[in-house]
Every structure is written in C-alpha cells, then in structure tokens.
Design a protein around this ligand. Structure first.
Ligand code: IVH
Length: 686
C-alpha cells in the first residue's frame, strides 16, 4: 500500500522548501547568510527523507532538485527562438559618442534618448526558459547564435539561478561566471591535488558549464548574472534589470543616463574600470544599451549584433614582476616549451605565476633572462603573456635562458625542427611526452575521462602502468589503489569512468592518436569523408605515391600541410604496427552515413590509358580501395577514361562513345568523395 502525504506533512515539506530556498537566496544572491551551514544541512536532509517517503511532494523548485542524473551522450542541440546575438566592440570614449550620434539619427526624439550602462561580465552567455507556471524549464548556451547546446541539467545546479519565478513564463539571458573568490579557492585545491590551475575564471566557468555530469558542474560553484529578459511587459532595460533583481537573479550595478547627460557614461566607465578589482566577478568592459524597447526594435540588429547596444572593452592590463626561473615543458609530440616562473602577481583579480614563453625564438625576441623584471599582460579572456623586459632593472647576476641541449624528462639529445622554431625530444618513449599525450587523451574533448587529473597521468607513466594511452583500458582497481591519494572509492569510480569510454566515436578516436595537426576540425572532416578506419588507411597507404595525400587534401577545409601530416602520422602508426593494438583496445563508433553515399562509392567504372605519373598498379589499387571499379576496355559501361601521356586506341573509342575523358589529377579529386550526390559535391575543392 502506498501512503499519501496528509496535510500536516505537505505543510511541513512546503515550509522546509521555503526556508531552504530563502536561505539559499540569502547565501548565494545577497551574500548575507541567515542560517548556519549545520542547520541548512539538517533541514536539507529532513526534506530529502520526506521527499523519499512522499515522492508526489517533490516539486521542480525543491532545493533537492538542483542536481539531476548525468547526461548520457554530449549535449542536445537547442534552436534559439530569437537568435542570441553578440555585441560590437568599441575601445574609446570618442567611439561612445559616435555610437550615440548614430542612435540619435534613428530616434524620433534625439534629445530624450535614455541609455543604460552596465558591467560586461566575462563568462558565457546562457539563455534560461521558465514555463507558464514559472518553473525553471531549460537552459542553453549561445552556440553559433542560432543553435546552442542544451545545458539544462548543469544550469539547474547553479545556486544563483532561481528554480521558480513569480509571474509565469519568462526568458532570461545572462552570463555564467565563476566568481573570483571561488576561482582562487578551487584553483588552490587543483594545484594541491597536482592538477594544472585554470588560466582564467572564464576558462573555469566554460569547462564547468560543459561537464557531462551535472554533479561536476555543481562542484565548480558557478554563478549566473542576468542582463536581459523577454516576454514580460516592460518599458525598458533599466526596469528589466530591476525586475530581474526582484525575481531573485543576481544583476549588476547599472547606470541610466539620458541624452542631456550622455557624457557621464565616460566617468561611469572609468569608475567601473577602477573598481573592477574589487568586484566579485571578472568584467571586461561596460555594455551601453538603448533603454527604450520601442527604439531598440526600431534600430534592429545586424546579422551578429544589435544596433541598440555596444560593448566598451577595457584595455588589456599590464603589470611588472620578477622572472624567477624557467620550466621546460615537454609536449605530447616532444616539443619543448619554455614556461616562465614568476613572482606571483595579481592582474585584474587573477594571480599569475606561470606564463608560457611559447618557444625559444620568442625568448630571444624578448631578450628575457632569469632575474629580469618583466611586463605581464592579460586581457580578460586571453591567456596571460610576457610583453617585454625592463632592461634598466636587469641585475648583474641575471642568467641567460639557454636552449636546453637534452630533454629535461629523459635526457635524450634534443632535435631542432626544420623551421628552427621548435626544439623537440625525439624519443617517443620519453615519459614527459607520454604524460602529455595521456593528458591529451583523457581531455573532455577527446576521450573525456572524468576525474583523470594531471597527477594521475604522471604517476601511471612513471610507474610504467601505462605506456601507450590505450593501456588505461587494462587498468584495474588494484593497479590504482597503490597510487598516491587514491582510495577504494575513487579507484572504482575511475575504472568505471575509463571503461565507459571504451566505445568511442570516430572523431574522438582520431584525435586521441596524437597525430600533429589532426585536431578537432580535421578529425571531423576525416570522420565525415571516410566510411571507417580501414577505408581511411586504404587511401593513406597509397601515400608513398603521393596519391593518398592528394585525396586527403582534396577534402574541402583540409589544407595540404594538414593532409601531409595526417598521412605521415597514420603511416607511422601502420609501420609501427600500432593500429591493431588501438583497434583491440577500443571500439570505434562510426557516424551513420547516408546510404546513397556509400552506394555511390561503388558505382563508377574507370578505364585507364597512357602513361600516368605512378605505376598503373598503384592507381588501379586506389580506384579499387575507394570502392570503384577498374575496367579493362572502354564500353558503354565505362564512366570515365583516365588519360595519361601517349594514350592508346582507348581514347578514340571513348570519344566515339561520348565517354568523359579525365586527367589523373581529376581522378584523384573524384576518388576523394563519392562521385554523386548534391551534398557531397560541396566537399570537393576543384
Ligand atoms: S547584452 C543582444 N549585457 O558579452 C546582445 N551582454 O561580447 C545581448 N555580456 O554575448 C548582450 N555582460 O555574453 C549584454 N551586461 C551585459 C553583458 C553581456 C556580458 C556578454 C554576452 C554577449 C557578449 C558579447
């Protein structure tokens, strides 16, 4: 028999929810706690017990509903009803006045325009929908402006997002950010755990928002600042921000000015710039918006930005500090990157202690030495960089930053790249390279293995538990238990996380191979243009004859250098007989190809005549490998005659039958794609 809640229980649950929600608002929105953590936990647990006993009392706005189940595979796409636009940037006050003059030209009353000026939060734009009853319904990222990713489960975990608003349906836009204090706290934890710190709060927020398991998003303690709303009667932006605040959202300090006093936007920007350090969240400028909604509508938008708003971007900030030393980092393909170790310096609220110097040419260009006073620059959404050296402060004992001769990880003599910019460790068994490759392998956009930090990668390689990244699929709980800081629970969790990624899509599989230049873009193109790994290898194996490379390079969007690098990388894999080991370790999931496309690959018959640049057998092999047929003689069944130097009688016969005659180059292009189908034609670069 199932029990239903009586009135007194329903009332108690309602009260618990109300008290916990009020405490949440006081804590997360107003930063003025009204309840001790211990009491909060106690009430929360009570609510959990009640809800377990009476599931019908669970409502979507209950504080227990913030963390849901993990999303199964990536994020669903969401079509934005109205596009989510970006903003045009301006950089000085003159441009502010030019913006004003432009608006005046379109306004019926040029002397009574009202603007709002509000901080420009440095995070990620998110659109949140509330349903007709005011319940939090969905949330999406901006994506390309038209289609975003469905991050509902993740945004639900953000405490400053109300789960219920009064007044029914509502669309709210705003920015997901990580507050500076949270960033400092979590980064310190990361460093203590041996993970590399996030570069900026924005990076940390972006990573947090895209977690596949909402519990991981929740752990990042993200925040949401609202700056826009739709579908409520509203006179203008200023009132909208006030209403958003009343509804329980975090909003920003906002200035409203009219035409007569438009010049005070300047001092407001200056104040915001000066106060930026003390704000809880990173801002990278001030957004100036026309307040009146009718005028906004009249002004409209370009394809990417509204004409009624503009973003005044703060200039990048610079500070000087001491360069205390240098670390030589070994990358996954062996490239040695010098990293400057700095006396920690706070720029725009972020403490910086390590800055990449990229390569040794850069070191020479900057003429930087250990002991120098260097100028560090950071624009809000950009990785910090060293822009110069104060030579007047160079101490007598400054030490030049010499190129290392041997690998700092394995001692192998370093080699210089042909282009003379990078120096590399050529030892493919170098532990530094292996660690870097493993770190790449487990990344969110490659195999996406949860909880696999930098420190773990290092321990596994150094203890020879992992040589090639796919060795991680053989790891057992017992292997992990012996490692520093890994208990039974985390060992079991890690093994489960690893095993759950054994089935991997083609694109991620390709990225995991660690072939130079085979990144996101190239992997996507390859996965789209080949049926499977064998199809791809079939083409690549013709590479000594340059045939395969031309076929790869003829994929639109894949340049020659990229094609060459991918080809050589795959050939090296083949030569080392590594491919079968990869294929034994993982199962590749291939994208569904339209049937017509596969069929079309098998439908053309080529006949060859004359001397071609490669032995006839090579070319015939390539035709066959791409699923087409090689005909011995010209007939009505022949689709194309491939004609080389000094053609034989086949040419005359083809001309007589009206069969198209193509060159060897044209054949190569044709073989790189299915010969028919309108959507595939777009892939050819002729
Ligand atoms: S209004 C229709 N207001 O800046 C365009 N955007 O660089 C609505 N941003 O994509 C944007 N703070 O993600 C607006 N107070 C603010 C903002 C803000 C940050 C972001 C937003 C936008 C980006 C453009």
């Amino acid at each position: 028999m199932t029990m239903t809640a009586d009135k007194s229980i329903t009332k108690q649950v309602e009260e618990l929810k109300a008290r916990l929600n009020a405490a949440g608002v006081a804590y997360y929105i107003d930063s003025k706690p009204i309840m001790s953590d211990a009491l909060y936990d106690e009430l929360y647990q009570k609510l959990v017990l009640f809800e377990r006993a009476y599931p019908e009392l669970v409502t979507p706005d209950s504080p227990t509903q913030r963390v849901g189940a993990p999303a199964s595979e990536g994020f669903k796409k969401i079509h934005h009803g109205t596009p989510m636009l970006s903003l045009d940037n301006i950089f000085d006050l003159k441009e502010t006045l030019a913006f004003h003059a432009r608006i005046q030209r379109s306004a019926a009353n040029p002397d009574s325009i009202v603007y709002t000026a509000e901080p420009k939060f440095d995070g990620l734009a998110v659109k949140i929908q509330y349903d007709a009853d005011g319940f939090f319904e969905s949330a999406s990222t901006r994506g390309d402006g038209l289609i975003g990713e469905d991050v509902t489960a993740n945004v639900r975990t953000i405490r400053s997002v109300p789960l219920k608003v009064i007044g029914g349906a509502l669309t709210v836009t705003g920015e997901v950010v990580m507050e500076k204090a949270t960033f400092a706290r979590l980064n310190a934890q990361r460093v203590a755990a041996g993970d590399s710190p996030w570069a900026t709060p924005r990076h940390a927020a972006a990573g947090g928002l895209k977690q596949l398991d909402p519990r991981d998003t929740a752990a990042r303690c993200l925040d949401f600042y609202a700056y826009g709303m739709e579908n409520r009667e509203m006179s203008g932006q200023y009132q909208a921000l006030k209403t958003l605040g009343d509804l329980g959202f975090k909003t920003s300090r906002t200035l409203a000015v009219s035409t007569g006093s438009v010049k005070i936007i300047g001092p407001f920007i200056k104040t915001m710039h000066e106060e930026r350090q003390t704000l809880p969240v990173e801002i990278d400028g001030v957004v100036i918006k026309v307040d009146n909604l009718d005028l906004q509508k009249k002004l409209g938008a370009t394809s990417h930005a509204p004409r009624w708003a503009t973003a005044y971007k703060f200039p990048a900030e610079e500070k000087t500090t001491l360069l205390r030393g240098v670390d030589f980092q070994v990358g996954r393909s062996g490239t040695i990157t010098p990293v400057a170790l700095l006396e920690p310096v706070s720029i725009g609220g972020t403490t910086i202690s390590r800055v990449s110097l990229h390569n040794f040419d850069q070191v020479e260009r900057l003429d930087v030495q250990i002991g120098d006073t260097v100028c560090v620059r950071r624009a809000a959404d950009v990785i910090p960089e060293i822009t110069g050296v104060d030579l007047s402060k160079r101490p007598a004992d400054a030490a030049p930053l010499n190129r290392p001769k041997v690998c700092p990880e394995c001692g192998t003599t370093l080699a210089k790249e042909e282009d003379a910019v990078a120096i590399r460790c050529p030892n493919s068994a170098c532990p530094g390279r292996r660690i870097a490759w493993l770190q790449h392998f487990v990344r969110r956009d490659v195999y996406n293995i949860d909880g696999f930090g930098e420190k773990l990668a290092e321990m596994l390689v150094k203890r020879a538990l992992v040589e090639e990244p796919y060795d991680i699929f053989k790891l057992t709980e017992a292997d992990l238990l012996g490692l520093d800081g890994i208990g039974e629970k985390s060992a079991a969790k890690l093994v489960a996380a690893i095993q759950s990624r054994r089935i991997i899509n083609f694109e991620r599989f390709l990225m995991g191979l660690n072939i130079p230049l085979l990144g996101h873009h190239a992997s996507k193109l390859i996965a789209k243009n080949f049926i499977d790994i064998l199809d791809l290898m079939g083409v690549v194996k013709t590479i000594p004859s340059s045939f395969g490379i031309i076929r790869l390079a003829s994929i639109e969007g894949l340049g020659n250098a990229v094609a060459e690098s991918i080809g050589q990388g795959l050939l090296a894999l083949e030569a080392a007989e590594k491919l079968p080991r990869w294929l034994a370790a993982v199962k590749i999931r291939y994208p569904q190809k339209p049937k017509a496309k596969v069929k079309a690959r098998h439908s053309k018959t080529y006949v060859i005549t004359g001397t071609l640049s490669e032995p006839r057998k090579e070319i015939e092999g390539a035709i066959i490998r791409s699923g087409c047929i090689v005909g011995g003689s010209v007939s009505k069944q022949t689709d194309f005659l491939v004609c080389g130097d000094k053609p034989g009688s086949k040419k005359a016969k083809a001309e007589k039958l009206g069969i198209p005659i193509i060159t060897e180059q044209q054949l190569m292009v044709q073989l790189s794609i299915p010969p028919t189908g309108p959507e595939t034609k777009r892939l050819v670069k002729l």
